[in-house]
Write a new protein. Sequence first.
Length: 415
Amino acid sequence: MYRRSPTGAAGGRCLFGEHDSSVRVSDNKHSEVASMPAADGTFVVDMDSHVMEPPDLWLNYLEPKYRNRAIRIERDADGVESLIADDKVMIRGRLAAIGGVEHDAMEAFKSWDLTYLDGCPPASYDTRARVELLDEWGVDAGLVFPTIGILWDKEDDPELAMAWARAYNNWQWDFASPALDRILPVAQVPLYDVGLARQELGRCLDLGFKGMFLAPEPVGGKRPSHPDFDPLWQMLVDADLPICIHLIVRFDRTINLSGTKWWDPEKERTDLTFSFGMGGTMQLIPTVAALVCDGLFDRFPTLQVAIVESGAGYVQYLMDRLDEKYARFRASSPLKRKPSEYIRENFYFVMDPTERSIDAQCELVGEDQFLWGSDFPHVDSHLRAIDEVKEALAPMSPARRNKVLGGNAKKLFSL
């Protein structure tokens, strides 16, 4: 088990080291960490930040019956770190690149000397350090997604998958709950068993989680818009909270139009500009189109969906493209209205920090549908993302800029 000196996390747990509680979770719903609003009074929300899960999280939080199948990080006989899930090696070596915001990106990918923990800045796992980072940035709140949690899946064992998710959600609650006005937790809920998913989503919503992280892919041959999953979407409608769809990484198959169809990793090195630049977009554009074209929002007119880490400059193009084809093939479609109307009413899109076209997108699509995200602390993010965002949004009117910086997120999450 890894050891790292605890940093006085406000969550009340030593995040790196042993403790004797594997499944208990704090019921604290009140902030213990002082809130510092943005200096100019603008409410600012980072819609795409991550934690770096402690390497012994699942060894500590997983129920005992599953602990021998825990997700973990171990060193092999050669001293090389591996990320392991259910005794299967997912990644061997250079694990700092899973995080790595504080390192040169190419150094993180190439260096075998940098460890997983070297890629984990304190704000990625320590509550107080996260709040201090938000204060430094002038950000009021940040939505939190997993990192290792976007890498694993376990379709062949739904109970184990839910146990992994439950352990992460319990740790995440301990991380976020002392500062719920600053750190917004999102429940990880695999869809492999709808009954288990309903139970875990209900538990997390009761605690105070602010939505549900959904992977942008079919599960068990069913798209997320399949009626079998409707009970979950009804729970979110009742809670007035969104589905948060974030890109994922899978090492044993392609995701939608993944770059592995263009670069053969067994014969050549994948181009990082291509894979990082196109990976999320190729996952999430088909996801948006499928949810719309399947008629999900005719069944759930008020269901809200946040699209995270694919950029946002494509939205009007997608609306026009789908509308043009819908006009020709309407007789074969289950939709009651044009696709663009569902996109405008049911989706929020998270811009990358340096996107320059969002003012035009707001003009075309609507200024209530756009948000921003830093992707902290991943290797392709920047520590001063907030400065990049403000520069990109500078041409906007103050009212529109304030909506994108945080006003829209405040409405989406009822903050």
